[in-house]
Design a protein around this ligand. Structure first.
Ligand SMILES: [Zn+2]
Length: 305
């Protein structure tokens, strides 16, 4: 009996690069094979991913990934695992992600952050937001935080009293001895407004592993501890915020906001503010299009109001 090798990366015939139907067929088949390797003891939700990649002057290849979970939630997603098999100069041409029940998945917010560095303007992902209509190729850039938001979706905020409270609280924490010993590039303070009218400020909590607790995560933790799970608005001041265009929270942060938005089924206003007071507002539904959420894994969170 011969051992069966499983594929983690394989070549792709350059002559087929202009044939999206053939690419889809190959990526689906290989993503399903990848899914068979998934370790999903916690979620019970196996995921496989396949990406057609190419670097400058190099031959195209397909890289595969699958989720590999740990008990404490620090495991790899299929997209992380796929990116780990790419050479540093390779970028995605096309990719797709297949879930436990054959459905095509859009990447979670964290994976959107991971994919951002490996994406070009032509990278596309196969998505199927509505199971009763056919899937279609969609620009990956259109899913990424701070790259896709059409300027028309953003309004410069008027300083109403709630916004002023949020801004004052976030700025106070940003300036008052923030814990930032590792001087990481992006440091952030947020203030979250609950439906009850309370304000919950928080800053990023970096640590030496660079797997930081985000300010949004800390802020949501505070609202949850008070059992105020209806988030109306979040204001963020980032160390990377300039005066020209907004810097909204990362994909990981948007994922956490989306989860809580699903509890009450509400959209959330997100404000990116500069310390000078200049600010921009967009709705979470615009910042996090085609979201991945509890419903994708068959869970209804409405009982947690
Ligand atoms: Zn993910």
């Amino acid at each position: 009996m011969s051992a069966r090798f499983f594929i983690i990366r394989t070549g792709f015939d350059p002559k087929r690069l202009d044939d999206p139907v053939s690419i889809e067929k190959t990526l689906r088949r290989l993503a399903r094979e990848a899914r068979a390797h998934a370790k999903a003891d916690e979620s019970g939700f196996k995921v496989g991913a396949a990406g057609l990649v190419q670097g400058p002057g190099t031959k195209p290849a397909v890289v595969l990934g699958w989720n590999d979970e740990t008990e404490n939630g620090n495991g790899l997603h299929a997209e992380d695992s796929m990116v780990a098999k790419m050479a540093p100069n390779e970028r995605f041409l096309r990719l797709l992600v297949v879930g436990q029940n054959e459905q095509l998945l859009t990447p979670c917010g964290n994976c959107r952050d991971v994919l951002a560095k490996r994406t070009t303007e032509v990278s596309e992902i196969l998505i199927q937001p509505n199971p009763s209509t056919p899937p279609f190729w969609f620009k990956v850039n259109g899913l990424l935080p701070n790259t896709h938001v059409p300027w028309g979706d953003i309004t410069t905020t008027s300083a109403d009293s709630d916004d002023h409270r949020l801004f004052t609280e976030a700025l106070r924490l940003m300036k008052d001895r923030p814990y930032n010993p590792h001087r990481q590039r992006k440091f952030e303070a947020v203030a979250i407004l609950s439906r009850e009218g309370n304000v919950y400020p928080a800053t990023s909590l970096p640590n030496a592993s660079y797997h930081n607790q985000s300010a949004v995560g800390s802020g949501i933790g505070a609202t949850d501890s008070a059992r105020e799970r209806y988030i109306v608005k979040v204001l963020s001041i980032s160390s990377e915020q300039g005066l020209e265009k907004p810097v909204f929270p990362s994909g990981r942060c948007l994922q956490q906001l989306y989860e809580f938005g699903q509890v009450h089924g509400n959209d959330i206003a997100v404000i990116a503010a500069h310390p000078s007071g200049k600010s921009w507002l967009a709705m979470l539904s615009n910042l996090f299009p085609y979201p991945f959420g509890p419903r994708d894994v068959g869970i209804n969170v409405a009982q947690y109001t």
